[in-house]
Ligand binder design. Structure first.
Ligand SMILES: Cc1cc2nc3c(=O)[nH]c(=O)nc-3n(C[C@H](O)[C@H](O)[C@H](O)COP(=O)(O)OP(=O)(O)OC[C@H]3O[C@@H](n4cnc5c(N)ncnc54)[C@H](O)[C@@H]3O)c2cc1C
Length: 400
């Protein structure tokens, strides 16, 4: 029978859960991952993988594999409402790679990142992934956790683990049921996502850049996914809480009218409105990320608005650090306390910055005029300088 002090159970084979599984396996843990879906998830669209997230992949030896299916844009062009050319460009490409000590800022399809993690996890004999798990019964027991994984096709699968980690996303049952934590809250924003044909968008925008459009009560992010011949498009708008609660059909109505005034965006989006899928955005503010032998990582602990493109990045940083702490400290209470105290202040700050970006990106005149004046005058490295505290971070620094 496996040594339970070297076994960790994880709920969720998403980005955070698989990153944690790989990091723990490298330290010699046996890792049992329970995933609700029947197969590795292919949902989602594009993700920006900033240098702090990429550093985690590089440390785990996955950088080259990830690079094969991702793309490093040269810049982020900023277009305020009705502008036909960018007022400023955040320099990325080689400029950012040099700034972050050889670590690039890239974009990828979420399914490609998950595939990279999944293939890496499958190479470890000490990682077991159970798909189609409908229920995870977890009971705290004698310095560990007794787990039963249940699905409709087989007998319950028992796991005796040192700790159980909830990497089960924004609607985390681990957070709500095992930690008595809060339910996710609707943020007031909806993301509308679509993938466009790269050749169509190339007629309007440079396909080696990310384009960011700011408008009254909306913003749009577009970036190329060249190996898929697609462009990821995410349009963010506000939405009333009540209609989300009632499950009313989500409509882009007023934002479509604003976007019509935008002569760069309108022709790109015109033929895509039917393809947009709405994603109401929920956030999680959770004070306690652990209790006894159970802890949370990723969106389960701190789902945030995606306006700084850091949700997955924070989950990957959580995973890297938690693996190191569990390997170094046999007492879960001490390892988890250290984990929360090292991670939470940073995550809170990123969460606040993401919410603040929403207010800035969606400003209306006259506030937007002042915003645009400031941004237009900034030097090309000003935005990166402002965000160094996010991108320079290495969760493994001084620990390995
Ligand atoms: C529009 C949009 C754009 C974004 N852009 C970016 C970006 O550019 N960069 C970035 O870093 N982040 C971005 N994010 C955020 C990012 O997608 C999330 O933060 C990230 O996917 C969270 O990863 P996770 O592993 O914590 O959770 P998830 O990806 O949600 O994974 C959770 C996993 O747990 C499984 N699960 C759920 N419940 C159970 C259960 N009870 N039992 C077993 N398994 C369960 C799920 O099936 C899933 O596989 C964006 C988000 C949105 C909505």
């Amino acid at each position: 029978m496996a040594n339970s002090s070297k076994t960790i159970s994880i709920a969720g084979a998403g980005i955070a859960g698989l990153t944690l599984a790989i990091a723990l396996a490298k330290f010699g843990f046996r890792v049992v991952v329970a995933e609700r879906q029947d197969a590795p998830s292919e949902f989602g669209a594009g993700l920006q993988i900033s240098p702090n997230a990429r550093r985690v992949l590089d440390t785990l030896g996955l950088g080259d594999d990830f690079a094969a299916n991702s793309f490093a844009p040269d810049a982020i062009d900023i277009y305020p409402h009705k502008r036909t050319s960018p007022i400023n460009s955040v320099q990325l490409g080689d400029f950012a790679t040099k700034r972050y000590d050889g670590v690039p800022y890239a974009v990828a399809h979420r399914a490609d990142l998950l595939d990279c993690l999944y293939r890496a996890a499958k190479k470890f004999a000490n990682i077991e992934i159970h798909f189609g798990v409908e229920e995870i019964d977890a009971t705290q027991a004698n310095g560990g956790v007794s787990i039963l994984l249940k699905d409709k096709n087989s007998a319950p699968f028992p796991v005796t683990a040192r700790a159980h980690i909830g990497a089960d996303g924004v609607r985390s049952e681990t957070r709500i049921n095992l930690l008595g934590g809060p339910k996710p809250q609707f943020t007031g924003y909806v993301a509308w996502r679509a993938l466009a044909d790269i050749d169509d968008v190339a007629k309007h925008l440079p396909m080696n850049h990310t384009s960011l459009f700011w408008g009254p009560d909306y913003h749009v992010v577009l970036y190329p996914l060249p190996h898929q011949r697609k462009v990821n498009i995410a349009l963010f708008s506000r939405h009333k809480h009540k209609s989300i609660e009632r499950g009313a059909e989500l409509k882009l109505g007023p934002n479509r009218l604003s976007i019509k005034e935008n002569s760069v965006l309108a022709p790109i989006l015109d033929s895509l409105y039917d393809q947009f899928t709405p994603w109401p955005l929920f956030g999680v503010t959770c004070e306690h990320w652990y209790k006894d032998n159970v802890a949370l990582i990723g969106d389960a602990a701190h789902a945030m608005l995606p306006f700084q493109a850091q949700g997955a990045a924070m989950g990957m940083e959580d995973a890297g650090l938690l693996a190191v702490l569990l390997a170094a400290e046999p007492d879960n209470a001490k390892a988890f306390a250290q984990y929360q105290s090292l991670r939470k202040p940073r995550v809170d700050k990123v969460q606040k910055q993401s919410a603040q970006n929403g207010k800035i990106f969606h400003m209306r005149p006259p506030k937007s005029w002042a915003r645009d004046l400031v941004v237009a005058r900034q030097s090309p490295d000003a935005q990166l300088k402002r965000l160094d505290w996010i991108y320079k971070h290495d969760p493994f620094e001084g620990l390995l």
